[in-house]
Design a protein around this ligand. Structure first.
Ligand SMILES: [Zn+2]
Length: 331
């Protein structure tokens, strides 16, 4: 009985040992599996990191190269710009020197009555008429001192003339202000020039003047037209319309005068134009506006030296003692 009991106990111990061994084997397998898993994942992460670092290095090198090229490009651009500016400054200096040279050799202010006249020294009060004439070379030189009112201010010519819409820069600035004021007064209308500077005059009686005698040579004058009424200049057309009335009443505020008012046209209706000793102009052009500066324009328009009536430039210059003899062209 006791023997049997011992055998059973021994068998039970054997069984327990077997179970213990099996349990240990399983644990070992689990440990091995976990180890392999950790090793695998770690390897994958390390490889991934190496690849990423490599990609970042390549990208960074690429950016550095791009930046270098961009810096080179900017440096080249700056160098070119500097060269261009230098060339421009040199060209301007050259042009200035040329202009000065030309002015010295052929300045309007040094002309005498034989090839130009004394009144060209008067600046914006410059007087050119059949008794105060200028030479063709003086006129050609005057042209080089003018700017284009079309290009500078966008004021267009109603019809192309031989003057290229040129004008003295101070006069053009005031013309632009006057044109804008007229266009805002007469909404929807456009004021254009019909002719500003002219190198060559025309011989057609009391509506125009011959080369050397024309107020258009001064570069201070424009024939003006409201394009709504057409492109032709004629007295009837003008006196009936708003732009003539407005210009006559307001132009002096911008330094412009009606250069050839009807009251000063004189008795001569044909050649020779009668510019007499008293200041009649011999011309009647309702569209012809001349810049003389705001002070003189105000005194002329309000008739300071003509009993309150619109003056002529000739009579005004005699009144302020700028010229002594209108008939014989003497200052
Ligand atoms: Zn004119």
């Amino acid at each position: 009985m006791r023997e049997n009991k011992n055998r059973k106990k021994s068998e039970k111990e054997k069984k327990n040992k077997k179970l213990e061994l099996l349990k240990n084997k399983k644990l070992l397998l689990i440990i091995l599996f976990v180890f392999a898993l950790i090793t695998g994942v770690t390897t994958v992460i390390i490889v991934k990191n190496i690849k990423q670092a490599e990609a970042e290095r390549i990208e960074s090198e690429k950016r550095a190269e791009e930046q270098r090229l961009e810096e080179e490009r900017l440096a080249e651009e700056a160098r070119k710009k500097e060269e261009e500016e230098k060339a421009q400054v040199e060209a301007e200096a050259e042009a200035e020197a040329q202009a000065e040279k030309q002015t010295k050799t052929e300045t309007p202010t040094t002309k005498t009555a034989s090839g130009g006249n004394c009144t060209v020294n008067f600046g914006t009060l410059m007087l050119i008429n059949p008794n105060f004439t200028v030479s063709t070379s003086w006129i050609a030189n005057r042209k080089t001192q003018l700017i284009s009112v079309s290009k500078t201010y966008g004021i267009s010519e109603a019809k192309s003339s031989n003057g290229d819409n040129l004008m003295d820069s101070e006069a053009a600035k005031h013309l632009n202000e006057m044109v804008k004021a007229y266009e805002s007064y007469n909404s929807g209308h456009t004021m254009q020039t019909r002719s500003c500077f002219r190198q060559v005059g025309t011989n057609c009686g009391r509506l125009c003047a011959k080369t050397g005698t024309s107020d258009h040579h001064t570069g201070l004058t424009c024939d003006l037209i409201d394009s709504t009424y057409g492109t032709e200049l004629n007295t009837d057309h003008y006196s009936n319309h708003k732009e003539w009335q407005w210009l006559k009443a307001n132009s002096y505020k911008y330094g412009f005068i009606d250069r050839f008012p009807e009251a000063w046209a004189g008795s001569s209706m044909s050649e020779p134009i009668n510019v007499d000793a008293n200041g009649s102009t011999g011309l009647f052009e309702t569209w012809h506006y001349r810049y003389v500066g705001v002070t003189a324009a105000t005194e002329i328009a309000t008739g300071k030296y003509n009993g309150g009536k619109y003056d002529s430039l000739e009579h005004y210059l005699k009144s302020i003692k700028k010229v002594s003899d209108l008939k014989n062209g003497k200052c």
